[in-house]
Design a binder for this molecule. Structure first.
Ligand code: CTP
Ligand code: MG
Length: 554
């Protein structure tokens, strides 16, 4: 989340290279125009994971002759795609057509030499590229065009939204601004693939898969990177080898539970990442959590990573969200907008606590869309009815079966516009009987609360769990009162035709804090705080003249 704003201007060379890149990336379009079939989640994942395996990351000078750089890299194989971005330096993501090109590149790569330190000799796919003779080469170098990896500031977003034609336009515009770009998604898969290389030192057949908002279609630029270490392929290969009259199994160490096995695996991988992972810093092993994880910051990509293992249900819930997000464009537009609204008002936070999470908010929007007449998205039970044999999945005793082929799901007959839906959402949850009911995505209906948590959203797969158990009464109240206020603002709204120049529609629901106002506000706050302290010290002087006017006797 600490990715700095890209700032490089594009140059003629970069533009030419970019044109070349676009031409070459157009090769990538796999399907003929007539094929309107939507890809399944597994297909998207498999395609991107394979692509990431053919990709390298290069820390390069911020000014570089892009054409020469590409020519140099091309000597190791055909380059399918590339782009630059900034994160603690300038980086290039280079995707080769063939995986073998990486071995060729590694074949000409040396170990770094440090003056007072020693390198840990771990060979990875992150390289550092420097100019051989910087002073003489400097004049040929130009700043590269860096791809933007973070969202526009809120003030700028509000200004943009004011230029839209309708609330519906505003919500689509906001989604365009906030959603993960193609490049950002590529970088997420590459980061997983780089961490997979580390885990692969222990488990050669493992796969590191992104889950959560990186892949569920609701990811916002700058969101964390949730990754899941999948060791299942290893298990599968053991079953396959049961041949002839014998059973053949690996001899393996035993531990008392699956949880302990997961903790041990994450412990050693966490140690490896900490000690040898290039650019991995701030590694924390949070092994006693309900879902054990290793958290770290991957500096080359700028992503905050949460690495879990044995977390198949979360993977399944990411697929469910992917399906909902792909069914109707209104779903993502509403989720993005509600999440943006909640973040701007401090209803959600990047710090874990008793606030509503993005995941819970997404579920609330989905539930609201299931409750519409006719429903805009189907209940999970309906998706289960559409499932075929291959879709059947029971994980740890929980039924996680639902259709994977999006093309089998009938589009909704509901044509309500987002102008209406946004207002309805706030009104619906501004008046929802949270004290009585739980939200059930599986049934698409509210049901009696099984326990007393202020907000109860049933986990669709582990049905005895409440995904919003962390939320306290005060945070829920803040959400409800803001939802009511927002519903009221939208009801009064005069739309884009208003001549007052005031923010309207979605823009009127966001706190109008521009960068300037924000820093003025901060200055004002600081001044009042220091004035308060001065006043306090003065009052101590007055109340205690015996210590010679000193506020505190030493
Ligand atoms: N998850 C879950 N139950 C929870 C919290 C999380 O099943 N109580 C799963 C969900 O699949 C979720 C994923 O873990 O998508 C990652 O959690 P988190 O990073 O908190 O949410 P994201 O959906 O990734 O949203 P964000 O953009 O805030 O990271
Ligand atoms: Mg996440």
């Amino acid at each position: 989340k600490r990715i700095r704003e890209a700032r490089c201007s594009s140059t003629e060379a970069a533009a030419a290279a970019l044109k070349e890149q676009q031409a070459s990336s157009s090769e990538e379009v796999p399907a003929p125009k007539t094929d309107t079939r939507k890809k399944t989640f597994s297909e998207v994942l498999a395609e991107r994971l394979e692509q990431a395996q053919r990709t390298v990351l290069i820390d390069c000078p911020s000014k570089i002759n892009e054409k020469k750089f590409l020519k140099y890299m091309s000597s190791h194989g055909n380059i399918k795609n590339h782009f630059f971005y900034e994160s603690y330096g300038t980086y290039a993501v280079v995707e080769f057509s063939e995986k073998d090109s990486i071995a060729s590149l590694q074949g000409v790569t040396g170990n770094p030499q440090f003056k007072d330190e020693c390198p840990v000799p771990f060979v990875s796919r992150i390289f550092t590229l420097t100019l051989k003779n910087p002073p003489s080469q400097a004049s040929n170098q130009t700043p590269v065009h860096c791809h933007r990896l973070s969202t526009v500031p809120l003030g700028e977003l509000i200004r943009k939204l004011c230029d839209a034609n309708s609330v519906s336009d505003q919500l689509h515009m906001l989604t365009e601004e906030y959603q993960l770009t193609e490049e950002n998604t590529k970088l997420r898969f590459l980061t997983c693939s780089l961490i997979q290389d580390i885990a692969g030192a222990y488990f050669p057949n493992c796969t590191m898969k992104p889950f959560g908002s990186s892949v569920n279609t609701f990811g916002k630029l700058g969101c964390d990177l949730d990754m899941f270490l999948d060791l299942d392929e290893i298990g599968k290969s053991t079953t396959r080898r049961k041949t002839g009259p014998f059973n053949l199994e690996y001899k393996m160490k035993r531990v008392p539970s699956e949880r302990i096995a997961t903790q041990r695996i994450l412990y050693v991988i966490g140690e490896f990442i900490d000690n040898f992972g290039p650019g991995c810093v701030g590694v924390q092993k949070i092994l006693n959590a309900r879902c054990p994880l290793v958290r770290f910051s991957h500096q080359p990509s700028g992503f905050q990573c949460d690495l879990t293992a044995n977390n198949r249900i979360a993977m399944r819930s990411s697929e469910l969200l992917y399906i909902y997000g792909s069914l109707d464009p209104r779903v993502r537009a509403l989720v993005f907008s509600v999440r943006c609204w909640a973040r701007a008002h401090g209803i959600t936070s990047s710090i874990p606590g008793s606030w509503i999470t993005n995941f819970s908010l997404t579920m609330m929007v989905l539930f609201f869309l299931q409750k519409k007449t006719p429903p805009i998205i189907p209940a999970l039970d309906h998706l289960k009815e559409l499932a075929d044999v291959q879709d059947k999945q029971v994980i740890e005793g929980h039924d996680c079966t639902f259709v994977s082929d999006l093309n089998k799901i009938q589009p909704t007959g509901n044509t309500q516009s987002l102008d209406v839906l946004l207002g309805d959402f706030f009104e619906y949850f501004g008046n929802f009987a949270f004290n009585k009911y739980s939200l059930n995505i599986r049934k698409g209906k509210e049901q009696g609360k099984p326990e007393t948590s202020p907000l109860h959203i049933q986990n669709p797969f582990e049905q005895s769990l409440n995904i919003s158990k962390n939320v306290n009464a005060m945070q829920l109240e803040r959400f409800v009162s803001l939802a009511r206020e927002s519903a009221w603002i939208l009801q009064q709204d005069k739309g884009p035709s208003s001549t007052s120049g005031q923010p309207w529609g979605m823009a009127a629901l966001l706190p109008a804090l521009t960068a300037n106002n924000a820093s003025k506000g901060a200055r004002k706050k600081r001044r009042t705080a220091s004035e308060r302290i001065k006043g306090l010290l003065d009052s101590l002087k007055i109340n205690n003249p015996s210590n010679g006017g000193k506020p505190f006797s030493t």
